[in-house]
Structures are given as C-alpha cells and as structure tokens.
Design a protein around this ligand. Structure first.
Ligand code: HT7
Ligand code: ZN
Length: 873
C-alpha cells in the first residue's frame, strides 16, 4: 500500500487564487458548480499538468475561461481530474458535478444527517464535493452560493459573512456567503436544513459586536444554552489570556446527529456532534457538561490556532491540535479547579496515550510517514502534543511562553506552516536554542525516568540521580535523550518544604531541573535533614517514573506534598504498585492495605481539599493502568480480581463510615453543573463505587440512588457502577434505564456504554443481539462507538477473553462497519493495540482474529493500515 513521506513534501505547481462555489441542493441530488481562478507558480514550466484531487466524483461539464474543454485536454477518474496542458497564465476553471449526499454514509464530504445537509472536509473530504487541490497549503478566499427548497431547508449556512439572500423561484431560495479570510479547503463548510436556533451576541475587546447562533433540531433549543454560555466564556478567555479577538461578524455552530468526530472548526461555522452541544440535567451528566464546555472552547480556539494559522501539510497536524488542546486545557483549568483539571488530563493521558505510545501504533507527535491520514487523529497528536506545548511553557516560564505565542501570531498570521516554524518563534522570542527540545515532536515513545538518591548527614549533602531511557518504537530503534523538565521540591521530615544553599551537577531553573542527558546527578548542599524528593510536580513531563521509594514514603508525600497533583499521584503510585504485585500473585500485606486506607481516609477528611480532588484521590487506578505497570504477560482476569480484592480489604473496616459520608454528601439544592456541585456529586459517586465493590449491601444502595436520582449524573453513576460490578440489581437497572429514556438517542448511548462495559459472561452475546436488532441505527457513529469502542477500550476481561469470543464478535462487527464507515471501523480496531502486552494464549487468539479479518474481507485502507501495524507488517 502506498506510503506518503514528509520528506517528499513539495508545493503544487499551480495555486488557487479565488474560489466560487454554487450549490443547488434538491431532495434527489445536489449539483456543485465550481469556478476556480488558478495560476501557475513563477517557477512552473509551461505544459506542466495540473492534477486536482477528486474522490468518487463524476464530471458533468468542464470549461476554461468559459470555453468547454475537448476530451483530450483532461482526464477524469475516481481519484481526480488532470488538465493535461493548462494555460500558462491565470485562468478560470469551471467544473460541474452531481452528488448524492443521502447515500454518503462515510460522513466525509457533503452528506445528510437526519434531514439536514452538512459537510465534513477535514482532512480529505472536500475532494468528495468538487475537484480541487485538496491540501492545507492551498489557501483561497471563498464565495459560496447555496440554493435549496425553502420548505425543507429554510436555513442556509456557509463560512464567513452572509452578503445576500432571497427568493430563487420554484419554491427555492438562496443565500450568498463570503469568507474574506483565505482558507484551506478542509475548513470549508455548508449546512442546509430545517433547524431551530438560539442567538446571542458577544462584544469583542475592540468593541465589535459579533452575532452568535447555535442551530439544532427543533425542540432542542433550550439544551443549547450551556454551549452558548461556554462559547461566550471562551471568546472572553482567548482575549484575556492570549490577546486573540474574533474576526468575523458572525459565529455559527450547528449540532448534527451523525458525525465521525467530536466537532469541526470550519471558519465561522463550527459543526458539532450533537452529544457535545445538548445538555439538560435529566439527560446529561456533569462529565457531559464538562466536555461540552471543553470542546466548544477547543473549536473556538482553533479560529487562531488552526484557521488563521494553519498546517502546511497533514504531518504538521499536531501544530494546530496539540496547541489547541493545550489552550482548551488551560481554559478549563482557569474556569474550574487547576489541580483537578490537571489530574483529569493526566489520567486521560495515562489511560489512552501511554498505551498507544508503548504499543504497535506508537508514532511521533509529528509523524514522518502515513498510509492513511485519518488514522493519525490520535491521542499522541492531540494530548501528547499538548504536553509538549506545556513543557515549553514550563521551560520558558509564563512570560517567555507568551512572548513566543505573540510572535507566532504576528509572524505567521495567514500562513500554512510547520512545527519547525512554531519552535523557531520561541527560540527567537527568548534567545534560546530548542533544537534538542524539538525531539519531542520527532520521536515516539514514553521516556522512563529512573530516580535514585542518597543523603550524607555528615556533610548535609543530598544527591539526586535522574536517568532517562526510551524503548524502541516502530521505525525508531534508538532514541537520543529528550529535554525533560522536572518541576520539583524537597520535603522535610515534618512535611514542610526544605531549602538548600547550593546545587551543582546539572541545570536547575528555579524549581525546574532540566534533564537533557541520559543521566544527571545533582548535588544539593546545605540540606539540613534527609529530604523526600517530590518530582514531576504538576506532571511536568509526559514520562513514566521508576523509583524505589517505599510505600511509607509515598504515603508521606500523599499527606504532605504542597503540590496537589503529586499528593494524588503518590496515592496512585502506591495503589498501582500493590495492585500490580497482587495481580502477579505476590500478595500485599495487611499492613500495606492498612497504610493505604489510612491515607485515603485522611484525604477524604481533609477540610482543605475540595470534593472533586477527593473524588480523584479515592478512585483506584483502572485495570488498564495496572496492566501497563505489569507490562507484559498480562492476565486481565487476575488484574480485575486483584482490584476487587483490594477494594474489599480497603473498605471492610470503614464501610459504615464511608456510607455515612456518602449520605452527608446528598444535595438538596436544584441541579447546577458548576464545579462545586459537580465535585460533591463526584465524591459521593466515588464513595458509592467503593461501597458497591467493597460491601455486601452496596448493590442495594446503588439501586436506591438509581430510583431516587433527580439528575442524570446520579442516575447514570448508579447504573454504571452496578453494571461494572455486575451486582444482582444491575440487569434490572439496565432494563429500566433503557425503557425510561427510550427515544433519546444520546441517552441510549449511555445505556450502550454501561451495558458494553459490564464484565459479565453474557456481554458478548448481549452486544451481538443489540447490533442485530432490526432497529439498531447501524450507520450512526455515536451508537457504534458507544457499543463497540467502549467494549474494546474498557472491558479488558471480556474483550480479551481467552476463548477468543470477544475478539471474534468485534471483528465480525468491524467487517460490516468497514463497508459503510471506514473511519469508525478503524477506530474500533485500535482497541487491539494492547495485544502485545497480554499473556500468550490471549495474544494468539487476538492475532488470529485480526488475521482472519484481513484475509476474509477486502478492507478499507483505514482498517488494513491499523491491522498491519498492530500485527507488525
Ligand atoms: N479538527 C477536527 C478534526 C475532525 C476530523 C478528523 C477526521 C474525520 C472527521 C473529523 N471531524 C473533525 C476536530 C478538532 O480537533 O477540533
Ligand atoms: Zn482540534
């Protein structure tokens, strides 16, 4: 299969100067007429062919400067349109194609979701709409005319500002949109439909009024209010924090039900998966509210980091995605609690990105090759990309980082640029050399940092050794050292911070050690007592730390560290260590469990900590995190057993006290999604989770909460916890939930997820039956992901069953899904990336399921790329 390499990047011989598109949308078909003003670049030789991308288009007419082309002048096939010898001057190419959006189930290009016509063009969907140079370094201003039947599509939207609208005769009407900002084709968008809306406005820092609107299915308007509030807060935050102002007269958001991803940052017309817009207390959980706020912000922030400054090619995806994730994480931290947000983001990184980086799908944040670009919208590009930007900020300090960002906006506004250019602005703004730091973008793999230390009381000297090593990843056998910022402090015997009089042997910038060699030994002098090192405060680098710190010292840090992230992390490290040893047959001691319990109870009782933090502290590491600590030859049954057993032992002597605390945390005020109430609910539900897993009566407690819940957060938590522990009550709760919310597709997704994550032996057949039901919406990505991605990612016991039944069910389903929507199919397949870490029988069963899938079906490039990489070829 064809591989595309970064080293082969070259600009196109022609550029597109302006774009005029004319859509005539009718129920049966859509006609697209494109007028592209094109010119050769100065260096282009006369007679150089012009190759335009096209995907599945059929050309209906073609003309240059108004004159139809003779057959020998062009070649049109499945993959595009070639003009054999275009004029060696500026010319207008006019093409006409007909599309069938209703038949487009890949959901790339122009398609129908419900009754609405909508588009998704990133990364290569525009070529399914018209012939074009469909790559991000071709920027042009767009004018778009949309004509459609007034009765079915009273709302007609595209990018930019509305400049005309009116009657078009025969029951049709039209709208004319103009986007003055040159943009790549992937940011094009069009929506036509019968939609409701809510409107609002925002006055920018320079006093311009921007009209805001969110469009949705009629009847859902009130569920868009939280999204609108999030949008206005995002606009204000980007002005405050980065000095970035919005630039058009309107900003529109449209919610659609069929969408391959979370949302899309099309210029001035963001299109959203409706699950990231709609929220009501009865149907959305606190987590849903948090995600809506985050993704609304993320897409809005792309207006500067993505739209005004875009990527030169898709290898640079991390330039816009890593940076924009960093910006949305910072927004959430400023809007909510910073430590709680940080813990949340790190948990996510460890649960999803670390396994990717340590397995067969590992790739650098800026890859140098791909077979299918859609397979590179990964947690490495997004979340590790954000960690790299965060490390830049740690190394340069807040002011130095802001200077670099200011220069980035000033120097590159209007550009399609690269990671190298991004790094250069920070070098130039701060007078530093970041060549070695840039390795973070180029090398895959999670570095392991090993820590050892010694204290000499006679000389009051403390030595700290840090060494780094990164395992080989596909195509990258050897790794030169990374620049690793280690934010740190020394903690004294009484738990308070300790100072030192001098430090030598390495680079220390205030409270950050810069580990930029394989090994560094720092010598601190004037250290009055043996300190405990608190390292990687705030998770200052995306690494795994290997240290022989004993349980007692870890729990000391959990109690005393001034850095809240490290307090949480010390508890997690302690628990992960015990659990991974337990899962490998090395039983923990009663003393160890007593010590862990004491630390957990103390944390829950600490009046200085907020509820959301406490909830994170009492949540034991998930099965995936424990499995990764074990590393190889993992038996998921043993991991789940150890986790259950640990919870029982932790809870046994304190069950009654925990239950009292659970009752005290009941909220009588009306529901609000704010951080304080959500934090209280998450602590209460965290306690419920311990009580269900750890006591005989927990199942009934959950059932009572389910029945009496007045909001979705509590009802869903009660059902999901019951399902996850497969309590006696679980089947009845699942049954009730399904009928209680029948008719609400987004709540049905919650049922699908909880049901697929239950570890009972019946789950595989239950999923099969759900999929086979005649009314199951088998082309909707949200439904498919809720059922199957939840299963492969979060049900290791049943997915990796030794008898292979979990794998077989998934590969059978994927074979069918792949024919309809390859993007959804390949994403489900990434769940197989953990195979190499499993014990041999499960590994062999998984490999043969993938081999059979590959041999028996003609798979899409998306799916075969994932399978080939997982199987190592
Ligand atoms: N930039 C957007 C990516 C996206 C996407 C990618 C592949 C297929 C469908 C897609 N929809 C949106 C989303 C974002 O990062 O903001
Ligand atoms: Zn993004």
């Amino acid at each position: 299969e064809h591989t595309i390499y970064l080293k082969d990047y070259a600009p196109t011989p022609y550029r597109i100067v302006t774009v005029e598109l004319d859509f005539k949308i009718l129920e049966e078909k859509t006609r697209v007429r494109a007028q592209l003003t094109i010119e050769p670049r100065p260096e282009t030789e006369p007679g150089t062919p012009l190759v335009l991308d096209g995907d599945g288009l059929t050309l209906d007419s073609i003309a240059i400067d108004g004159l139809p082309l003779v057959l020998s002048a062009y070649l049109a096939d499945e993959n595009g349109l070639t003009l054999v010898e275009p004029p060696h001057r500026r010319f207008v190419l006019e093409t006409e194609v007909f599309l069938d959006p209703a038949a487009n189930k890949k959901l790339m290009g122009l398609y129908r979701s419900g009754g609405t016509w909508c588009t998704q063009c990133e990364p290569e969907g525009f070529r399914r709409i018209t012939y074009y140079l469909d790559r991000p370094d071709i920027l042009a201003p767009f004018k778009v005319r949309i004509t459609a039947p007034l009765a079915v599509a009273p709302v007609l939207l595209s990018n930019g500002n509305l400049i005309d609208k009116g009657d078009a005769g025969d029951g049709l009407h039209f709208a004319l949109w103009e986007d003055p900002f040159p943009k790549p084709s992937y940011l094009f968008a069009l929506v036509a439909g019968n939609l409701g809306s809510i409107t609002d406005s925002f006055t920018t820092m320079s006093g311009r009024k921007v009209d805001l609107a969110i469009y949705c299915t009629h009847g859902k308007e009130s569920e868009c209010l939280y999204a609108m509030d999030s949008l206005k807060r995002s606009m204000a935050w980007d002005e405050r924090r980065f000095g970035r102002e919005y630039d058009l007269d309107v900003f529109n958001i449209v919610a659609v039900s069929d969408f391959n991803f979370g949302a899309m940052e099309n210029k001035g017309l963001n299109i959203f998966n409706d699950k990231l817009v709609f929220a009501s207390p009865e149907t959305a959980s606190d987590a849903n509210y948090g995600n809506i706020e985050r993704v609304i912000a993320h897409e809005y922030f792309h207006n500067w980091t993505g739209d005004r400054i875009t990527c030169r090619d898709w290898f640079q995806l991390c330039l816009k995605e890593g940076l924009t994730v960093y910006r949305d994480q910072e927004f959430s931290s400023d809007e909510r609690s910073r430590p709680v947000q940080r813990i949340h983001d790190v948990q996510n990184l460890r649960t999803l990105q670390f396994p990717e980086d340590g397995g067969p799908l590992a790739h650098p944040p800026r890859p140098d090759r791909y077979r299918e670009i859609n397979n590179f919208y990964t947690t490495t590009v997004y979340e590790k990309g954000s960690e790299i930007v965060r490390m830049l900020s740690t190394l340069l300090g807040e002011a130095g980082f802001r200077k670099g960002m200011d220069l980035y906006f000033e120097r590159h506004d209007g550009d399609a640029t690269t990671i190298e250019a991004f790094i250069k602005v920070f070098e130039d703004a701060n007078g530093v050399d970041l060549a070695q730091f840039a390795q973070w973008y180029l090398q895959a793999g999670t570095p392991e940092v090993t820590v050892s230390d010694e204290y000499d009381s006679a000389t009051q000297t403390y030595r700290l050794n840090l060494s780094q090593k990164t395992k080989p990843t596909p195509n990258q056998p050897d790794k030169p050292p990374f620049v690793i910022p280690v934010r740190f402090g020394l903690v004294g015997p009484n738990g308070s911070p300790m100072g030192w009089s001098g430090v030598s042997g390495g680079t220390v910038q205030e409270d950050v050690i810069v580990l930029d060699e394989e090994s560094v030994t720092l010598t601190f002098t004037g250290v009055a007592n043996k300190p405990v090192p608190s390292l990687f405060r705030g998770f200052s680098a995306p690494v795994r730390v290997v240290s022989n710190m004993d349980l007692e010292t870890l729990l000391f840090l959990a109690r005393h560290d001034s850095d809240p992230f490290n307090r949480w992390d010390a508890l997690q490290t302690a628990a992960t260590r015990l659990l991974s040893e337990g899962a490998q047959g090395r039983a923990w001691t009663g003393d160890a469990v007593d010590a862990l319990r004491d630390a957990l109870v103390e944390t829950v009782q600490d009046p200085s900590l907020d509820d959301a933090f406490k909830a994170q502290a009492i949540s034991l590491p998930g099965e995936g995190v424990i499995a990764r600590q074990i590393g190889e030859n993992v038996d998921p049954d043993a991991v789940a057993r150890a986790r259950r057993q640990m919870i029982r032992e932790l809870v046994a002597p304190v069950g009654a006290a925990l239950e009292r605390r659970y009752e005290e945390l009941t909220i009588s005020d009306p529901y609000s999604p704010d951080a304080a109430q959500a934090g209280r609910r998450s602590l209460r539900n965290g306690l419920l989770s311990l009580l269900v897993a750890g006591t005989e009566t927990g199942g009934q407690l959950a059932a009572r909460q389910y029945e009496t819940a007045s909001n979705m957060t509590d009802r869903y938590a009660a059902m999901a916890i019951s399902a996850h522990n497969w309590t006696g009550e679980a089947p009845a709760l699942l049954g009730d939930f399904r009928t209680r919310f029948a008719g609400d597709p987004l709540v049905f997704d919650k049922w699908l997820t909880a049901s697929a994550q239950a570890p009972d032996d019946g789950v595989v057949e239950r999923i099969r039956a759900t999929l086979a039901a005649p009314d199951f919406p088998r082309t909707n990505p949200n439904r498919l992901r809720s059922l199957l991605a939840s299963f492969v990612m979060s049900n290791p016991v049943q997915f990796a069953r030794a008898d292979g039944a979990g794998y077989a069910m998934v590969t059978e389903a994927v074979a069918e899904i792949d024919k309809v929507n390859p993007q959804v199919a390949s994403r489900i397949l990434t769940g197989f990336r953990t195979l190499p870490s499993l014990e041999s029988a499960r590994q062999a069963a998984g490999r043969s399921a993938l081999e059979a899938l590959r041999a028996q079906h003609k798979l899409s490039r998306n799916s075969s790329d994932i399978i080939d990489r997982i199987l190592g070829n």
